[in-house]
Structure formats: C-alpha cells, structure tokens
Design a protein around this ligand. Structure first.
Ligand code: PEP
Ligand code: MN
Length: 357
C-alpha cells in the first residue's frame, strides 16, 4: 500500500492537540441537533458528527432521519461554524452528502467488511477530495480494514483516517465492543501515516467506562477521538446509555491527558535509554529460553513417535496452563496474558515435535 495520507491537521478544519469529533449517535430533530451543537460549540468543539442513516440490528427501530437530517446539520454548521460528518453505507448516501457539501464521511463497522459496498462507495467518491474515516470491521480482521483503506486510496483519496471502535465478541462482559489494541497498533505499523482515531463510545456502550478507554487511546498515541454527545441522552433514540451531555463531555475532555511521542528532557532521555537496554537484555534471555524449551520439545517428539504416542497430551496441557497461569498471578501477570503466551508456546512446541518426528 503506498503511503500518501494527508495528516489530519491538514484536512482543512481546526485540530487541537488531537482531532475531536463529537455529536449525537443520530440526528433526531432540528432542536436536538441545534441544542447539541450549541453545547459543543460553547466548549470549543469544531467538528459535529451525527448519523442520519442508522444501521440498526433489528428492523422497526429508529433508522435515522435521512436527508432531512442533513438540513439540520448544515444549519448547525453555518450557525456555529463547525465542520460536519455523517456515516455513509452506499453510493446514494455519498451523492446526497456531496450535494449538501458534508465535510467528512465515515464508513461504519458493518460496512467496512463488505468489499462490494466499499468499492461502490469508493467509486462514488472518485474525483473528489472528500475526507473519509473508516471504522474497523465488526470482527477483528485487519485485512478487511486495510483493504477498505486501499480501495479509497485507489480512487485517489488522500484524506483517509481509521477509527478503532472495538470488535464484536460472544462474551460481552464489560464492553459493548471490546477494544483489541493490538489490531490498530498493527494497522499503524503497516500504514504508519494513516491518522488513527478511537471511538470509545461504541467500544464501551456505557458512559462510565469511556474516560479510561479514551485515555488509553491517547496513551497509545491515537490522533483523535470520536465521542457521542446528545443534549438529552436519556431520551436519545439510539445508543442512549453511551452518550454524554455537552457539559459532561467538556468535563471528560478536561480530565484527559494528551501524550507526546518524544521528549527533550535529559532526565527522560537518559533513563529511558537505560531501561530500554534492560528490556533488550531480558528479551534476549526470553528468546534463548524459548529456543531451549523447543529443543526439549523436539526430543519429546522423537520419544513419543518411537512409542507411538500422540503429540497432543490434553491432560498434561491442562496442567501446564493451570500451573503457569497461577504462577503468573503470583507475579502480577494477568491470566489472559499468561494464557495467550503459553498457547503460542504450546502451538510452536507441537509444530516442532511434528517436524522432528
Ligand atoms: C455510529 O458511529 O453511530 C455507528 C453506528 O458506529 P459503528 O459503525 O461503529 O457501530
Ligand atoms: Mn451510535
């Protein structure tokens, strides 16, 4: 993928230290849009988001105000001098947004995984300079996300950003759509120049969790946040529990700490160098220990074959997992982390045993 992404600060609307998009899940009425936009403008927010075509899970729920909603949004844009952004899911949506001169489009998590829809949207945008934000697909498939970005690039768009909004999972314990930070981190590694935003509202599904997820995104050097704000959340027609009032949103912004990637401080520079050397040293040990463990695994592979024994030993594997997870807990390592590491080690050990025998 060639790397011709224009930094978000150069997209043509004000960006503070990070890009902030805020506004209701859905544009519901003229009064609701204007009241929310007024509250946001008073807090210095200059980018208003709102859905006008809503991808609802079940039919019969509020599916958005449609083109009518764009009249309210453009009125808010003119009155409060804000840029506006809406979600598009097909070429017809794109045409309507171009007609109303919408400033930014975003592609929702249910559209990103559909290459036909993405290509149709890209074709409708060909020849324009439209900024497009692409949410991650609902399942943790980085290639579908990268593919959607590439389809936009292929029609000549250069103002392209990505939004991490969490992934669908069968175990909805804490989050509505759990974050999986390693995926946006890997996306950034593969396309370093793509502006990366986080949408903690859809990740969390409830207001109380949003601060910590938003702060984590800033700690991970995301370039911006998209957050849902409604003038009266309890009566919102969609995503009521995850929307802030404009005042609550302002308090949230004040609590958040922006981060820098580098620092000129001598104290920081000296100490971080020392600590990085220590990390390099420990990582060397880890690699050597892993190699040693695999050497033993290969010897076990030969022995098992000689006695016609299966490579996988379910009881032993269960014991290993349990004892390593417990040992990890004593040293303050999370169960999930130890579990995943040993799953990878076990997978490689099996591969090496099979290879040897
Ligand atoms: C939204 O931003 O309102 C929305 C529907 O987002 P997502 O595609 O992330 O669910
Ligand atoms: Mn929403």
């Amino acid at each position: 993928m060639n790397s011709s992404f224009i930094p978000i600060e150069q997209w043509g609307f004000p960006v503070r230290s990070v890009f902030i998009a805020a506004g209701p899940c859905s544009a519901e009425s003229r009064d609701q849009v204007m009241a929310t936009a007024r509250g946001l403008a008073e807090s210095g927010i200059s980018f208003l988001r709102a859905g006008i075509w809503k991808p609802r899970t079940y039919p019969g729920t509020f599916e958005g105000a449609g083109e009518e909603g764009l009249k309210w949004l453009t009125e808010a844009r003119d009155e409060f001098n804000m840029a506006i952004g809406v979600e598009v899911a097909n070429p017809e949506h794109v045409e309507i947004c171009l007609k109303h001169k919408v400033d930014v489009l975003w592609i929702g998590a249910r559209t990103t995984p559909n290459p036909f829809a993405i290509q149709a949207i890209a074709d409708a945008l060909k020849g324009t300079d439209m900024p497009v934000l692409i949410k991650n697909p609902i399942s943790p498939d980085i290639d579908l996300w990268l593919g959607a970005i590439e389809r936009m690039q292929n029609v000549g768009l250069t103002k392209i950003g990505a939004i991490h909004r969490g992934f669908s999972s069968s175990k909805k314990v804490l989050y509505r759509y759990a974050p999986n930070w390693k995926i946006p981190i890997e996306l950034k590694r593969r396309v370093p120049d793509v502006p990366l935003l986080c949408d903690p509202s859809h990740i969390c599904g409830k207001r109380e969790l949003i601060y910590s997820v938003a702060q984590e995104a800033l700690d991970l050097l995301f370039d911006g946040l998209m957050i849902e704000v409604h003038n009266n959340p309890p009566v919102a027609l969609s995503d009521s529990k995850q929307q802030f009032t404009p005042d609550e949103f302002l308090m949230l912004l004040k609590r958040l700490t922006m981060r820098d990637e580098i620092s000129d401080s001598d104290e920081y520079q000296t100490r971080i160098k020392e600590l990085r050397l220590e990390v390099d040293h420990v990582d060397d040990h880890i690699i050597k220990l892993l190699a040693k463990r695999m050497d033993i695994a290969r010897q076990m592979g030969v022995l098992k074959r000689r006695h016609n024994i299966s490579t996988l030993q379910p009881k032993r594997w269960e014991e290993i997992l349990e004892s390593r997870v417990n040992a990890g807990k004593e040293d303050n390592l999370s169960e999930d982390c130890v579990f995943q590491i040993f799953q990878s080690i076990h997978e490689e050990a099996i591969r090496q045993q099979e290879e040897e025998s």
